[in-house]
Design a protein around this ligand. Structure first.
Ligand code: PLP
Length: 366
């Protein structure tokens, strides 16, 4: 797929649903009414048709290749977003144990904790809520419970802009990761994990589908009285087609995976993402007009929150940015300020346009 700018497209810094690559949208547009000459659209196909099963299998194959997912792991494409995984992961992993370890490092892990508390006792091995979620403590400060059934963390806190640099070392307890907002942004060693899950609408495709990568030997331990839709074993057995899957979202995910392969895969994207983030953080740090509250070592390469020294200029900043073709820079309603989400689909050129705008705005208002 080519990577050229489509006419009339602004730079979209939305946290999610977020920007898709132009090449993906262009391909979907070209195939919209008549997929590969079959005379119908993808969303008009039976999910059991040879055509759609081919699309689904290819998406899984490409994701496995991009992330280096070993055969011992199942890849499921499920509905209910990352939020349903807040419940499904404990329901499938607790196996009679009633305790789990959680890292509470931002608003998304806070939500995961709240959901887990409906199902088990939660030990907060790490909790930075009191500090406003601005850093990740050193491993020497973690309080892991040796009896916990699993350890859950959020690799990238989309709202607070805090990201784990490395996979936390938690012994041999099953490690569960909400990777919704940084999956495919950098290489990860999948074999370190029991479960990786991610809602698609940050770094994969449109909303409506979630990717769940789960070690096969951990499947099958859910209690028999939970609804079938919550049991990984049911979905694995049915190749994620226990009921009608979100076919269009699955197709788009596949187009993104193909595009990523064409761009050089995860390691190429990882280098590009590092350059993008450095450009933006350097601009913020070089100025007294802008600030980012996160400890430099724990800053997210995907979501960059920032504030203006004079908060009364925020609405002007946002409206002038929009007029300059820079969209969706308002921070999450829980934290305010600004936030630039710079996922895989955002090229360096878009971040450069933002940095140029920020410098201009400072010159005029600083
Ligand atoms: C967006 C997000 C979620 C919620 O995803 P849904 O698909 O809306 O359920 C969960 N975790 C993280 C880290 C997110 O960024």
């Amino acid at each position: 797929m080519r990577s050229e700018r489509l006419d009339g497209r602004a730079w979209n810094f939305s946290a999610g649903p977020s920007a898709l690559a132009d090449a993906v949208l262009e391909r979907a547009r070209d195939e919209l009414t008549n997929w590969h000459g079959r005379g119908l659209a993808v969303m008009e196909m039976s999910h059991r048709s040879e055509e759609f099963v081919g699309i689904a299998n290819r998406a899984e194959r490409d994701l496995r290749e991009l992330m280096g997912i070993p055969d011992e792991y199942a890849v499921l494409f499920l509905q209910g977003g990352a939020t349903l995984q807040f419940a499904m992961a404990p329901l499938n992993l607790l196996r009679g144990n009633d305790a789990a370890d959680y890292f509470r490092t931002g608003l998304w892990s806070e939500k995961a904790v709240a959901e887990a508390r409906r199902l088990c006792r939660v030990n907060l091995a790490v909790d930075t809520k009191g500090d406003g979620y601005r850093s990740i403590p050193a491993p020497s400060e973690w309080r892991l419970d040796p009896g916990a059934a699993f350890v859950h963390y959020t690799s990238n806190e989309t709202i607070h802009g805090v990201q784990f640099r490395d996979v936390p070392e938690c012994g041999d307890r099953p490690l569960v990761c909400d990777m919704s907002s940084d999956i495919l942004s950098r290489p990860v060693d999948v074999s370190r994990f029991a479960i990786i899950y991610a809602g698609a609408q940050k770094n994969i495709g449109p909303a409506g589908i979630a990717v769940v990568i789960v070690r096969r030997d951990l499947i099958g331990g859910a209690a028999a009285d939970i609804p079938s839709m919550l049991d990984y074993a049911i979905h694995e057995k049915a190749d994620s087609m226990f009921n009608t899957p979100p076919t269009l979202a699955w197709y788009f995910a596949g187009l993104t995976f193909e595009w990523l392969k064409g761009e050089g895969g995860v390691s190429a994207l990882s280098e590009r993402n590092a350059r993008k983030a450095k450009l933006l953080y350097d601009a913020i740090d070089a100025s007294d007009f802008y600030a980012n509250p996160v400890a430099p070592a724990d800053r997210s390469q995907m979501n960059v929150p920032f504030t203006l020294a004079d908060a009364s200029l925020e609405s002007r900043f946002l409206s002038e940015a929009e007029a300059a073709g820079l969209l969706n820079l308002a921070g999450h309603r829980a934290v305010g300020g600004m936030r630039a989400s710079i996922y895989n689909a955002m090229p360096l050129e878009g971040v450069q346009a933002l940095v140029d705008f920020m410098k201009d705005f400072e010159r005029q208002n600083g």
